[in-house]
Design a protein around this ligand. Structure first.
Ligand code: PLP
Length: 442
């Protein structure tokens, strides 16, 4: 039982994995928060390290048998600091968070007290749930249930973060923590300005760079580490690692010299139990790849591809939030066409193009968003360049035109069937057979 392969023990799950492999390798993955991680990273992630319990930190565990796990976690920390070019005398890192959300909640637990005040970019303006999101009806995330939060916003005209309004609101609200970083913001951040605001109000500054960390590591975007007290990230978006989180903390803050202990205690035992050592090994492997010279070329290409995608869409007459992008994502505003994001998302699904509906500035309802979010990290991992992306932009153009047609012919079964038949990628199935054959040969 212990050594039999998955196909023998559980053909049902094996079959689902095979189908998903086919979907990932024959479709076009444009979800901005996803990527295609490397074979080496997946190998580490699926390793025997999943068997081991290791609550605590290297050299101070609550279980025996952690000699090699200690070696692994120390190596992973070292690689995390190297990947972001950080001096270990100034910065430390905890590599145990299970995901971006748990990393963020642990960081809040470390930095502020229950019911303290925090400010993050509002969800409809591109912020993340974990940055204090709540609605008029409900405090729906731990970051608004256990803390008092107030969202800052983007300006309605430029759709850029309104730093002047944030400064004025912070003066009144007096947050103990300001969070920057976002899930759907196509422009870079002014970390210097944020630091000024935080210093004036006596607040900590935390950057959640989940989306852009792979580009920041390549120094293709501004560096939040120069200004922030704490930086969190997921490891599976532009960073191209396994699904997990990291928390970086400064060691030299005069007002908080104990950030290392606060962050480590917040991760374990406050918010988590035993670390997932298989994941930590996969983080280490992916960070090694981030530290190599080829990574810079990858990050540059991700941005060049996002720009090419934006330019092609604009050339086809579409509206983008902020008009373009500085990073890996573009936000397409569908409202001038009278379309919703969910309609285009569905049509794209039928065509083997994976995207997600997304709120755009001024949306009346977050439940029926008027835009879609597109990212180029995964396609760039498949080695696509600007000329390939222009073809993808053309597919998206066709998807939007089809969506308009479907909307016009709403309810016409014939049309829906036509879309399904016309866009089921027969070549995709052949492609999958080739991928399978290649895999079997290897
Ligand atoms: N932070 C940001 C900015 C994100 O975009 C996300 C997820 O998309 C997260 C945190 C949460 O990450 P996870 O899904 O790993 O919990």
């Amino acid at each position: 039982m212990l050594y039999a392969p998955l196909a023998e023990i559980d053909p049902e799950v094996k079959n689902i994995i095979d189908k998903e492999t086919w979907r990932q390798f024959t479709g076009l993955e444009l979800i901005a928060s996803e990527n295609l991680t490397s074979q080496a990273t997946m190998e580490a992630n699926g390793s025997i390290l999943t068997n081991k319990y290791s609550e605590g930190l290297p050299g101070a565990r609550y279980y025996g048998g952690n000699e090699y796990i200690d070696e692994l976690e120390v190596l992973c920390r070292k690689r995390a600091l190297t990947a972001f070019n950080l001096d270990p005398a100034v910065w430390g890192v905890n590599v145990q968070p299970y995901s971006g959300s748990t990393a963020n909640f642990a960081a809040l637990t470390a930095l502020i007290q229950p019911q303290d005040r925090l400010m993050g970019l509002g969800l409809p303006d591109g912020g993340h749930l974990t940055h204090g999101y709540y609605t008029a009806k409900k405090k729906m995330t731990a970051s608004s249930i256990y803390f008092q939060s107030y969202p800052y916003a983007i300006t309605p005209d430029t759709n850029l973060v309104d730093y002047a309004a944030l400064a004025a609101q912070a003066k009144v609200f007096k947050p103990r923590l300001v969070i920057c970083g976002a899930s759907a913001y196509p422009r870079d951040w002014d970390y210097g300005k944020l630091r000024e605001i935080c210093d004036k109000e006596g607040a900590f500054l935390m950057a959640d760079i989940a989306h852009t960390s792979g580009l920041i590591a390549a120094q293709e975007l501004d560096n939040p580490f120069e200004y922030c007290d704490v930086v969190t990230t997921t490891t599976h978006k532009t960073l191209r690692g396994p699904r997990a989180g990291l928390i970086f903390f400064r060691r030299d803050r005069p007002n908080a010299p104990d950030l290392e202990k606060r962050v480590n205690d917040a991760v374990f035992p406050a918010c988590q139990g035993g670390p997932h050592n298989n994941t930590i090994s996969a983080i280490a492997t992916s960070l090694l790849q981030v530290s190599r010279p080829e990574w810079k070329a990858y990050a540059k290409q991700v941005i060049a591809n996002a720009r090419a995608l934006g330019e092609s869409l604009v050339a086809n007459g579409y509206k983008l939030q902020t008009g373009g992008t500085d990073n890996h994502l573009v936000l397409m505003d569908l409202r001038p066409l009278g379309l919703t994001g969910s309609k285009v998302e569905k049509i794209c699904d039928l065509m083997g193009i994976t995207i997600n509906k997304n709120a755009v500035s001024g949306d009346a309802s977050a439940q029926v968003p008027g835009g879609i979010r597109l990212g180029t990290s995964a396609l760039t991992s498949r080695d696509m360049k600007e000329e390939d992306i222009k073809v993808v932009a053309d597919f998206l153009h066709r998807a939007v035109q089809l969506s308009l047609l479907v909307q016009k012919e709403a309810g016409s079964k014939l049309l829906k069937d036509f879309v399904r038949v016309a866009t089921t990628p027969q070549e995709g199935k052949q492609g999958y057979a080739q991928v399978k054959q290649l895999r079997d040969e290897v």
